[in-house]
Design a protein around this ligand. Sequence first.
Ligand code: GUN
Ligand code: ZN
Length: 417
Amino acid sequence: MRIGEQIRTLEGTLMLDARTGAPAGADASLRGRESVRLVRGAVRIESGRIAALETDEGAPIDPRRIICPGFIDAHLHIPQFDSIGRDGLTLLDWLNDVIFPAERRWEDAAYARAMGARVAKRLLSHGTTGICAYGTVHHEGTRAAMGSLAAAGLRGCVGQVLMDQQGPDDLLRPAARLLDEAARMEGVGRIEPVVSPRFAVSCSMELMRGAAALARERDWPIQTHLAEMLPECELVERLHGMPYLDVYKHAGLLGPRTVLAHAIWLSEVDRRELEGWRCVVAHCPTANRFLSSGDFSGQRFRPLALGSDVAGGPDVSMVRVARAAREAWLASPQSQAAPAFGPGYWWWQINAGNAVALGWRDAGRIEVGAAADLVIIEPDVELNDPGAALGELMYGWDERWVGATIAAGVVAWARVA
Ligand code: GUN
Ligand code: ZN
């Protein structure tokens, strides 16, 4: 396959949704919840979409060529890709010492454009075709990066970061200017704007209320961070005079199109309240581990999404994020008492689950009408038992297995043989 080549048909082992449970003989943890299954088949692609789907349920699967929906990363920071691995700091110090200096570089829009192109390639090489991502506070820089991400074939949403307090002076802007700039954001290719107040530490109530109003007016989604670390929660309460969740409620930021990253330090009552608002929680297990933020215990929250949170999380691969989610679940006391969230569930989550959470009806599934965003996985291990294959794929995962990534029916990345 060559980059830029238009694909008309693909044949191999398809990874399909298995919402009602697993085939007979599969791991008990797969039964009775969302999952995926492997079946021999073929897809036909027309105008960037899946036009036809054939399956041969009885045929043995070919483990050497698995066609999977492109992975969706529900929470990541494009300007932070060169900051992966700066460990030893907790959230607020890490933001000040590592992240703000990195984000400052997007003052130069040409730099942001080039970085956007570089990051797009890296995401595609890991099989990611969909993103819900942050830029920086720089309007032109964020627009330039959005252009590069769109040109590379990615879909999703990217937001100019809104912050007007508690940060370095040169990364803060008055609320009115930020809201004016955010309102001037436009979609490019398959990348749309998302209203992105950074978190309650770095936003005044005026800015957050304005952000909520803008999102309502334009029907744009919202993304922010919530309760990632205890000192952050304490600071929010000191700055705004009310508990974290109340700040966002007061600002009008909660609703079904709001993605809240982390949501670690919440009570069950808070979580039920968030479910009442139908907010999306983006669970970021690799970041929670890297920044020692705490243990997420909201795996049963709905709708849940999974995010890499690069560079809070060091892994670009959503399969590695899914594995970390599986491991975080196994380590939690709840996993003893409740039905397991097995590898098939977490694989479903980085495809259809994230699409559902983000409201993308035509993504994350191999089905007629869906966007032809696909990854061709070529494992170099034997997958003898179909019931165990998803665990073997997830734990044995090797980025070199990504043979090609297809975005809207076009080869966007291909491994050089
Ligand atoms: N909270 C506010 N900003 C950030 C960020 O850039 N990364 C993470 N992990 N948490 C944040
Ligand atoms: Zn984040």
